[in-house]
Design a protein around this ligand. Structure first.
Ligand code: PEP
Ligand code: MN
Length: 348
């Protein structure tokens, strides 16, 4: 249940509410906001009417609300204000435009440093690069592993760009967290619950990609695992889903952007590279993602896409990225005022 606390409640009253919840076996999560403190009291049994009434009667309680969705901490019922994820000197969400760019896989020092310098000069806000690669085939390049992480950290030193990279299993979390600024959970691991718990315990920014066939509710429940483990720094990434359509690698579900805007406070990034699988589709779908109200995009960039060890077909060249980055800043400056109050902009 969600408990809205009176602005005038004393800390003793709040402590009493908390201990009533813990006695009942519920975990307590706090959300302070300008309108006052909200507590989420969560347990496996769902809403207990009787306990709800008892808590509503405690001093300091303004109201008790029954959650209407299966996910709780990721919902706007718990937190209305958009979450802004701070990553070193930059932020994701809160009206900013995030441009995550870099190679699919880190292949070598030369390749990574060339891309890193190029995307930094073009105004990227984060550098991406895979060191641990979840490949469909066991014979495909699996990534440079630890060596790749070291190169990423060096690229951060050289460019000042924070880095985002994928972590594939719980046993890798400590190692990847030592280097990365944002931990990426790939589409294939959206419902790897032990991995979600493990990144939830780090308190580091995490970008959770939508599962290949994950519904929006399953995706938010996956985010909920990270939040419930104590980590509020979660970013969602729409990267295309499996549909009957085979003309592109996946189908970019742009509906997800306005739907998530309404359901959750978490920032949303669109990845048109994995969504389309085709370089020539990346720019138009990036425009569309930003126009739909996404907080930014993640795109793959390679100095020589035709020689890339993975995902070359969908990788942009450096000049292509540089042009795209400028175009997206223009689009963002036009659309962001419209998204500030979409109800009004749509005449509703
Ligand atoms: C990636 O971004 O490197 C990646 C593997 O993407 P996805 O998990 O969306 O396939
Ligand atoms: Mn890729």
């Amino acid at each position: 249940m969600f408990v809205r606390i009176n602005q005038s409640a004393t800390s003793e009253q709040i402590a009493a509410i908390r201990s009533r919840a813990t006695e009942a076996g519920l975990a307590v999560y706090e959300e302070p906001s300008a309108r006052g403190l909200t507590l989420a009291l969560l347990g496996p049994k769902g809403f207990d009417e009787k306990l709800g009434e008892q808590i509503a009667a405690l001093p300091g309680v303004n109201a008790v609300a029954r959650p209407s969705r299966a996910y709780r901490l990721s919902s706007q019922e718990f937190r209305e204000e958009p979450t802004v994820v701070k990553v070193r000197d930059t932020v994701v969400g809160g009206g900013s435009l995030t441009l995550m760019a870099g190679p699919c896989s880190i292949e070598s020092r030369e390749q990574l440093f060339e891309v890193a310098a190029g995307v930094a000069a073009a105004g990227a806000t984060l550098l991406r690069g895979g060191a641990f690669k979840p490949r469909s085939s066991p014979y495909a390049f699996q990534g440079l592993g630890l060596e790749g992480l070291r190169l990423l950290a060096e690229a951060r030193e050289r460019t000042g760009l924070p880095i985002i990279t994928e972590v594939m299993e719980p046993a890798q979390v400590d190692m990847v967290a030592e280097f990365a600024d944002v931990l990426q959970i790939g589409t294939r691991n959206m419902q790897n619950f032990s991995l979600l718990n493990a990144v939830g315990r780090t308190r580091m920014p995490v970008m959770l990609k939508r599962g290949l066939s994950g519904t929006i509710e399953e995706w938010l429940l996956a985010a909920e695992y990270i939040l419930a483990a104590g980590n509020r720094q979660v970013i969602l990434c729409e990267r295309g889903i499996r549909t009957f359509e085979t003309a592109a690698r996946n189908t970019l579900d742009l509906n997800a952007v306005p739907i998530l805007r309404r359901l959750t406070h978490l920032p949303v990034i669109v990845d048109p590279s994995h969504a389309t699988g085709k370089r020539w589709m990346v720019a138009p779908m990036s425009y569309a993602g930003v126009a739909a109200g996404a907080d930014g995009i993640m795109v793959e960039v390679h100095p020589k896409p035709e020689e890339a060890w993975s995902d070359g077909e969908q990788s942009l060249t450096l000049p292509m990225f540089s042009r795209l980055a400028g175009e997206l800043r223009t689009i963002h400056s036009v659309v962001s005022p419209l998204h500030e109050n979409p109800g009004e902009a749509l005449g509703r």
